[in-house]
Design a protein around this ligand. Structure first.
Ligand SMILES: *Cc1c(COP(=O)(O)O)cnc(C)c1O
Length: 495
């Protein structure tokens, strides 16, 4: 049966997969959600004998039902190839009593690569299928990792351009350097004087501006989104949870049908929602453990049923989780409201007008498979140090939030279910925070000296993504006010 995508804010707005991928966002700020999630049609034992690409096909064909086998295989084979530094694509590593699912072996060494290496192919295939002749302009707000992963994915892809906005003082030095040295001829990068939520709000505003859309269409352009609100990013993220589960079967940690926990360091709620969707496909999950940093709006939500963004925005050492409006949570809200667009719309109206909303007790009951907790900066640092000292394994700050929350969960519940921790970035991406967590004396050293030290301590080869930017020239120097985002986009397009 074909999967139809519906807007979370208007049940009459529907799209096929390719149309939803092209649009990115539904009308009136809604997000596209699948009207049902088909069950896996292969057994876990069969899947455990498959490669990453084969598992990807088995999962994605169920969700992207209007793609032909040939189209989908083309997208998958183009994405998950030698751009990844391991044949396994997403290795599962057993450390410290948990299973770290390493999602950082792609081109920009963060988990965003898992989806953003396939999105350009899904998008250009969707454009072809739908007879779109406009050039696709990808508009992206980033808290650090999406930006570079999207730039790398879309760089010099014919028929596309990409503009990325990041909070000028809200990303790590290496994240910024990765973005501003991007060489793709169709790329544009700007820092904004504001935080991630400002960047995201500015981008959403441009998406919703129908006048602007008409004007750009006249000039031969149309916007699309590479943010995790695009269903073309969410679905590829379902794959690695299924893949991780089947690797645990292969390694005889579990038998087919056994439950696992998934632990996800969460910002925009895309990654953990993908795990939730995978469970709807039949993946046996006991708990979805949602880990937050100091910006613990999700922890508060899971404990009280009240989502409240009215609080101070805190800059942390896990910047990709410094988010107060977790966009993809809207999809979960819609589902626990019984796929009720009207009810969801009212809550989102409260969020935009009052900065908060509260769900009903009925809805809260449906969240019992989620567990939320958070980690302070000191806890993150001591987690990194502890795992390094016990295992010689160095994790990044985001993964450390998850590992620390997992420790708290086990202490609180005594649960011994095998647990997969989404390891979302290479420690090389957050070298300074990681190294000073291990020893504060590293504070004195320059960023690239720290890179060399990290390599010595961990025995892990310095990734190409880091070597490449050591000496790269800064090509993008624009910094603008959040009010001027539309103006600079028009400037980039020359209209
Ligand atoms: C984006 C990101 C996250 C948060 O993922 P969401 O899907 O936004 O919840 C966590 N860690 C890293 C390293 C990231 O880049």
């Amino acid at each position: 049966m074909e999967v139809i995508y519906r807007s979370t804010r208007n049940s009459d707005e529907t799209a096929k997969a390719s149309e939803a991928i092209l649009k990115g966002l539904a009308g009136e700020g809604g997000l596209f959600v699948p009207d049902h999630i088909p069950a896996l049609d292969k057994s876990f034992d069969e899947l455990s004998e498959m490669s990453y690409r084969e598992v990807a096909y088995a999962v994605m064909k169920l969700m992207f039902t209007d793609f032909t086998e040939e189209e989908l295989m083309y997208c998958i084979n183009s994405a998950y190839d030698s751009k990844f530094d391991t044949e396994k694509i997403a290795p599962v590593v057993h450390k410290n009593g948990a299973f770290f699912l390493e999602l950082f072996h792609g081109r920009t060494i963060a988990f965003k690569d898992m989806a953003l290496s396939i999105l350009p192919y899904l998008l250009t295939t969707s454009a072809k299928k739908n007879g779109v002749s406009n050039e696709i302009v990808i508009l992206t707000a980033t808290s650090g990792d999406t930006g570079k992963a999207a730039l790398a994915g879309f760089a010099d892809v014919p028929g596309t351009r990409i503009a990325v906005f990041y909070p000028k003082n809200g990303v790590s030095p290496i994240q910024e350097k990765q973005m501003v040295t991007e060489r793709g001829k169709n790329t544009f990068v700007a820092g904004i004087t504001g935080n991630f939520d400002d960047a995201q709000t500015g981008v959403k505003k441009m998406f919703q501006d129908t006048e602007l859309a008409a004007y750009l269409s006249e000039k031969g352009f149309q916007f699309s989104s590479a943010n995790s609100i695009n269903i073309g990013r969410l679905v590829p993220q379902m794959v690695y949870y299924v893949y991780a589960y089947t690797r645990l079967i292969k390694d005889k940690v579990i038998s087919s049908g056994d439950k696992i926990n998934v632990v996800v360091p969460t910002g925009n709620f895309g990654n953990i929602l993908a795990a939730y969707y995978a469970s709807k496909m039949g993946l046996p999950v006991n708990k979805f453990i949602c880990a937050s940093n100091d910006n613990k709006v999700l922890f508060d939500f899971f404990t009280t049923g009240k989502y409240d963004r009215n609080r101070e925005f805190i800059l942390t050492t896990s910047p990709s989780m410094d988010i107060l409006i977790s966009s993809n949570l809207e999809r979960l809200i819609y589902h626990i409201a019984g796929d009720d667009a009207e009810k969801n719309r009212q809550l989102m109206k409260d969020l935009s007008e009052k900065g908060c909303y509260e769900i009903t007790d009925d809805m809260k009951e449906k969240l019992s498979c989620f567990y939320g907790n958070w980690s302070s900066e000191a806890e993150v640092a001591s987690e990194i140090k502890k795992i390094y000292e016990n295992e010689g394994y160095i994790i990044d700050t985001h993964t450390a939030v998850a590992a620390n929350v997992y420790d708290k969960y086990v202490k609180e519940t005594g649960d011994t279910t095998p647990s997969v921790i989404a390891s979302t970035a290479s420690p090389y991406k957050f070298t300074r925070s990681v190294m000073t967590a291990i020893d504060p004396a590293y504070e004195e050293k320059t960023d690239f000296l720290l890179v060399d030290e990290l390599s010595k301590l961990s025995g892990v080869k310095i990734p190409d993504a880091i070597e490449d930017i050591r000496s790269a020239e800064v090509l993008h120097k624009t910094v603008c006010d959040k009010e001027d985002m539309e103006k600079v986009v028009k400037g980039f397009l020359g209209v």
